[in-house]
Design a protein around this ligand. Sequence first.
Ligand code: FAD
Ligand code: FES
Length: 227
Amino acid sequence: MALVIQNVKLAHRIHRLTVQGSYSARMGQFFMLRCWDTYPVLSRPISVHNLTEDSVSFLYRVHGTGTWLLSALQAGDKIQLEGPFGQGFPEPQGRTALVGGGIGVAPLLLAAKEIPDASVYLGYTSVPFGVTGFHEISRNVTVKSGGTIVDAVDPSRYDKIFACGPVAMLQALAKKVEGTHAELHVSIEKRMGCGIGACNSCTLTSAGASRKVCTDGPVFPAKEVNW
Ligand code: FAD
Ligand code: FES
């Protein structure tokens, strides 16, 4: 069990949870979180938002029972973290863009830290959240509130684009990237039972084969995803 250092509300239903401990994780990897005993049965997958020498933080949206229970945590409470799991984003090469929509901005802060010269695009349906951290790291941050952040991205300027957000946003970006030399890698969400490849609840078809989002992903090359 790990100790909660802070759990702050940043916007309506958006919280940032910071937990004590020295963890090592790659951008795009996730942990399975739980702060309850028996109900709900399953732990919840949440991406690593940030890491320091002695803490890990998660940016999450309150969705149902599990994330609601997470939102009630206070400094000094205990939480169970298992991970990090998954493959995360690949090694950056050349010019890189990071594109996040809504709560999909969560894994991109760690990516921005790992790739400080990346261009960052953050899109929100209404009030932006979690933006300050990006401004502290990256010089090139575009924030859009309303509309779609995909409109702001010119894929021809990049070699790699790492994206996380709603499926419609990822699909629109994949369409825009078609015919350019940019390689798009997308972080995919699927319901997860175990997080470690044992339950088969998170399969998708990628490159014509059945893959597990928890162990083969959650990041996949967009051109291999059967949307
Ligand atoms: P409920 O609807 O009560 O959950 C019921 C079941 O459905 C649970 O097993 C739950 O895990 C699953 N579920 C519901 N919505 C989702 C979803 N969108 N994706 C996957 N499983 C879901 N959310 C964040 O806010 N921040 C993050 O950084 C983040 N990272 C994620 C990384 C990965 C690899 C995945 C797969 C999902 C991530 N999510 C993230 C989504 C988050 O896991 C769900 O919002 C959360 O599990 C919902 O749980 P709940 O009990 O509040 O909702
Ligand atoms: Fe169990 Fe992926 S969550 S196999």
